[in-house]
Design a protein around this ligand. Sequence first.
Ligand code: NSP
Length: 227
Amino acid sequence: MMFTDELQREAAPIIEAIYQDDFIQGVIRGDIDKKAIRHYLKADHLYLNEFAKIYSLLIAKLNDKDDIRFLLEQIDFVINGEVTAHYTMADYVGENYQDIIAGGEWYPASDHYIKHMYYNAYKYDDASFTICAMAPCPYVYQQLALKIKDNHDLTGNPLKDWVDFYTVNMDELMNRLNHWVNRFAETTTDENREILRRNFLESCVHERRFFEMSYRQEAWGIEVMHA
Ligand SMILES: Cc1ncc(CN)c(N)n1
């Protein structure tokens, strides 16, 4: 069994818990509170910006041109492609997307998640540590979307396109990320493998907390000062 197969097996109960939580169940029913979706969009557009920037930090750690080209494509996908999924949600809310995301912040759970990725990007030379912290981003959404598709017919559901978005185009990305991590895991120490494992599983928990944060519209409760 490859190292990333073990990680994915360990992540399965966390993904099942996310699936059962209020946010995804509300998406499945197609009646989730619009305020939860608004909060999600406010947080997620900032999260994706940082995600793209962290990819750019990884480019500096890679040498192979093909690997670099792949990360450049991923940056484009995160910045220009994934906004399509956000537009589906904005339509559901019934407001202009730019109006929704204005004034968003790194709310508590997303703040913790973003800093988890940055910490690994700055602490370790090898990209695998950061990749393990980032991989749950595509992986958890792909698994949730496939699970929803397997169990529900979303015809007529206003959030169907959001789910559909994450059922496609994720395999190549996951294969590439898994390949990088497995190559490093084969030759590194047990101690490093444990860090990789924690990074991956902690980010799966971060994914859960991000949805929970959105559902409950958690914020810092600190007034924003404008200059
Ligand atoms: C927090 C979060 N995690 C994952 C995804 C899917 N790329 C996302 N848009 N936002």
